[in-house]
Design a protein around this ligand. Structure first.
Ligand SMILES: [Zn+2]
Length: 468
């Protein structure tokens, strides 16, 4: 943290709710300037929001301006008196972290303790602070949650919401058919059958969730690890004590299921390896999206078949050569006259953007809830991070796509200059490569293999669908 910074942002905010112990804005600013001086950094601008509670969700104009300046690369560090001056809600923090990460601004200094957002511990500390700040200002929803916890502790079922699978609407009486399904699922899971296989079995036998949906591995896991099915009252993932209903499976089975299915070591990390063309490739046989399906040490895209994937399992293609070919085609395309035209038209898919915005909102709320539950001690740190890591990849993928739709002009600078881009391409980070590729291509259909070699790409298999 000894690097010199020349375009430092200082952020200060005063909120009404704690004015008694609150340091005034002037004092916050003084402290921040002193810190900048101590580090030999040059302050470029100060951002001050006054008398608005960050938690109320009201827009803070200066904070918005700060975000914009950071994202446009105008600031290289941020100094804030305390982290909760910046954010009260974990979702805001997540967004802030994302903006900083994208702009490669790693120096975010809080006078109450500094974080290097480029490092995972720093990020973790920042998230904890964010979660704690959120919990502090959530007195009201806190009380509502406590009330439902009291009800939970009394062993009564939670009122409201849909009936749980295996039970009737009173949440106490067993639904005989579904209870039998649960018994079979539990026995098969304990015998070592995978969640994928169980979800597939449910789909094939036509058993639906209470909401009438198909089962996914996550819903099967949720069902089999919820203490409710062995007669326990669970609240937000934690088992509180016996419920007032009869168990469907034994408590011993239930505990074994929890150990087996909630063990973090069982979870696979799908995103360890990055794939340039994720989300773009379409199966030429069934029309579903291809996913990463590495084979040994080779990166590969494939049509996945199984409970969580609707694919046919009939198409696979090795990644390296394909990615090179697509990159080459993208670079070539940038110089074509159609690109000049396409970018000047309003070709933005607003409907998709709306859909993504909704999904993003839902996932952000999920992350908020998780952070609050962690801050309330309702989740262990491990449970929290495990759950969070399930939501985050999807959220990030959606955000990337949303960005692409809304920031198509990100490629404008390269139009007609593909030679420059070609020399830089290999050094661009993956998300930049993805942004450029997705700004140009809507999809790439991969047709069945012909006689080409193992790692060669038969270009006749690849159909590029250009964005227009
Ligand atoms: Zn397929």
């Amino acid at each position: 943290m000894t690097r010199t910074r020349h375009a430092v942002a200082i952020y200060a905010r005063i909120s009404q709710d704690r004015s008694a112990q609150e340091l005034g804005v002037t004092r916050q600013l003084q402290d921040c300037y002193a810190e900048a001086k101590r580090r030999g950094w040059t302050v470029a601008d100060e951002y001050v929001d006054d008398d608005l509670s960050a938690y109320s969700g009201k827009r803070r104009p200066q904070y918005q301006r700060l975000l914009e300046d950071v994202s446009l690369g105008r600031r290289d560090a941020v100094i804030v008196w305390r982290l909760d001056r910046l954010h009260r809600q974990p979702r805001e923090l997540e967004h802030f972290v994302e903006v900083c990460t994208r702009a490669e601004v790693g120096d975010v200094v809080s006078l109450a303790g500094e974080f290097d957002l480029g490092k995972s511990e720093g990020l973790f500390t920042a998230r904890i602070m964010g979660a704690v700040a959120a919990a502090e200002s959530q007195g009201k929803s806190e009380r509502i949650r406590r009330k439902s916890q009291e009800i939970a502790e009394a062993g009564r079922p939670h009122m409201g919401g849909p009936r749980p699978f295996g039970f009737e609407a009173d949440k106490v009486t067993h639904n005989a058919q579904e209870a039998e399904v649960i018994r079979q699922l539990a026995a098969r899971a304990l015998a070592g059958e995978t969640l994928t296989s169980l979800a597939t079995w449910l789909q094939e036998t036509g058993v639906k969730t209470v909401g009438g949906k198909e089962w996914r591995t996550t819903t099967v896991r949720g069902l089999l690890t919820n203490g409710r099915i062995w007669g326990m009252r669970a609240h937000r993932g934690q088992i509180l004590g016996p419920g007032v209903w009869e168990p469907i499976i034994t408590a011993e089975q239930g505990e074994r299921l929890r150990r087996k299915l909630l063990d973090p070591a069982r979870r696979t990390n799908h995103s360890a390896r990055r794939y340039l063309l994720s989300g773009l490739l379409i199966c030429g046989k069934c029309g579903n999206r291809l996913h990463s399906t590495p084979r040994g040490k080779y990166r590969r895209y494939g049509c996945r078949k199984g409970a969580d994937s609707a694919g046919c399992g009939g198409i696979f293609i090795y990644a390296d050569k394909l990615e090179q070919c697509v990159a080459e085609a993208v670079l070539h395309r940038l110089d074509s006259p159609v690109m000049h035209q396409a970018l000047t038209e309003d070709g933005i898919d607003q409907e998709r953007a709306r859909e993504l915005a909704q999904q993003i909102d839902k996932d952000k709320t999920r992350l908020d809830d998780l952070a609050t539950m962690w801050a309330d001690g309702e989740l262990s740190r491990e449970e929290w991070t495990t759950a969070r890591d399930r939501v985050k990849p999807r959220l990030e993928a959606n955000r990337r796509e949303f960005d692409r739709i809304n920031h198509r002009d990100s490629i404008a600078e390269y139009i007609g200059h593909s030679a420059e881009l070609r020399t830089q391409w290999a050094t661009l980070n993956l998300s930049r490569q993805v942004a450029i590729t997705k700004a140009l291509l809507t999809s790439i259909k991969i047709l069945p293999a012909t006689s080409s070699g193992r790692h060669g790409v038969d270009l006749d298999r690849v159909e590029l669908e250009w964005r227009r």
